[in-house]
Design a protein around this ligand. Structure first.
Ligand code: KIV
Ligand code: ZN
Length: 388
């Protein structure tokens, strides 16, 4: 494993689907998986094979359709789950079993009703069985964000010794804070004696709006796999957003000493596909894939961008799959942007006076009308010329 490579593990089809109302059919999952493959996602978590017949069939269909990415199924640390996961991913060129058990005091006591020693025992048994069925096994400590450090170190060491090659430290309930979460990852890597035999992974939920920040802080502390979803879809407030993680790492190489294999030009089309299939609209101001992410309305910004794009743009819209950045004409727009848009429409002003008059009419219209279309501009210029 190259220490500079950040593995992108997409769980849109599993944790994303756990978002209430976001369930997908088998064929829809295959369509999304093919887009993820085209984008060069490293691992696609296709579902939770034991959850239902439909989920089993979907994992199997994705494992059959996808050739270049690893296809993974989730399973609890239970024999029946692990066997079902192994069966579902069997057609994959490269398959992974992802098994998990909760490690926080609150989950062990109230949900599992198990003692910590029993949890370690069950985790080891599960990882060993999974390793007998599949060479690539990931182990997750559910609710790691609220687990005790000494216990985490013990269970992680035992899971690696049992054969897990990826260790995931999920912030299941979105409770983590970047600095503290990074410290948790740093300490685990330092204190677990066999930590060099596994890739440390993070999986952050967005309950406090910190999923991306927490994931990125963990990468700086040594995590080399990030679990994320398209559009940040996921249980409750969602998971860390894939597009934000990928573009943060790419845009700030001065901060992150890692690269991903993702081809970002597929980010916007994939976001659209997931939104269309699930019926979950993408908020206009969503980073990277929202419709306003590269749109400029204020006159000062428009003028700056027309002079040099980098005045107000840290990424290129075309690089993430937009056709171009957008200069949106509205009441905050300046004369320069107005003239430039009309030039694009083939309209040249013979004199400054002609431009000023048309610009005045435009400002009057922008105060009354929310969206100004090219047809409005053309009509306005004709009016302006007729009255001169
Ligand atoms: O949030 C979580 O803890 C999970 C695990 C099952 C990985 O989704
Ligand atoms: Zn999750």
């Amino acid at each position: 494993m190259n220490k500079d490579q950040l593995v992108i593990f997409d769980t849109t089809l599993r944790d994303g689907e756990q978002s209430p109302g976001a369930s997908m059919t088998k064929d829809e999952k295959v369509r999304i998986a093919k887009m993820l493959e085209k984008m060069h996602v490293d691992v696609i978590e296709a579902g939770f094979a034991i959850a239902s017949e439909g989920d089993f069939a979907a994992v199997r269909a994705v494992a059959t359709a996808v050739k270049d990415a690893t296809v993974c199924s989730l399973s609890r640390a239970l024999e029946a789950d692990i066997r079902r996961a192994a069966e579902a991913i069997q057609p994959a060129n490269s398959g992974r079993i992802h098994t998990f058990i909760a490690t926080s005091p609150i989950h062990m006591q109230h949900k599992l009703n198990m003692r910590p020693e029993q949890v370690i025992e069950q985790a080891v048994k599960a990882v060993k069985l999974a390793r007998n069925l599949c060479a690539d096994v990931e182990f997750s400590c559910e609710d790691a964000g609220r687990s005790e450090m000494d216990f985490l170190c013990r269970i992680v060491e035992a899971a690696i010794a049992a054969g897990a090659r990826t260790i995931n430290i999920p912030d299941t309930v979105g409770y983590a804070i970047p600095e503290l979460y990074a410290e948790q990852i740093r300490q685990l890597i330092e204190r677990v004696p066999n930590s060099d035999q596994a890739i440390f992974s993070v999986h952050c939920h967005n309950d406090l709006g910190l999923a991306v920040a927490n994931s990125l802080a963990a990468v700086q502390a040594g995590a080399r796999q990030v679990e994320c979803t398209i559009n940040g879809l996921g249980e409750r407030a969602g998971n860390a957003s894939l597009e934000e993680i990928v573009m943060a790492v790419r845009t700030r190489p001065d901060v992150f000493s890692v690269t991903t294999g993702i081809d970002p030009v597929h980010l916007v089309p994939t976001s659209r596909l997931v939104s269309t299939i699930t019926g979950f609209a993408v908020q206009p101001n969503k980073a990277i894939v929202g419709k306003n992410a590269f749109a400029h309305e204020s006159g000062i910004h428009q003028d700056g961008v027309l002079k040099h794009r980098e005045t107000y743009e840290i990424m290129k819209a075309e690089d993430v799959g937009w056709h171009t950045n957008a200069i949106v004409l509205g009441k905050h727009s300046g004369r320069n942007a107005f003239r430039s848009r009309l030039q694009d429409l083939g309209v040249e002003f013979a004199t400054e006076q002609e431009l000023n008059h048309a610009f005045m009419l435009f400002k009057q219209l922008a105060d009354k009308k929310h969206d100004i279309y090219d047809e409005d501009l053309q009509a306005l210029v004709s009016d302006s010329r007729a009255h001169e």
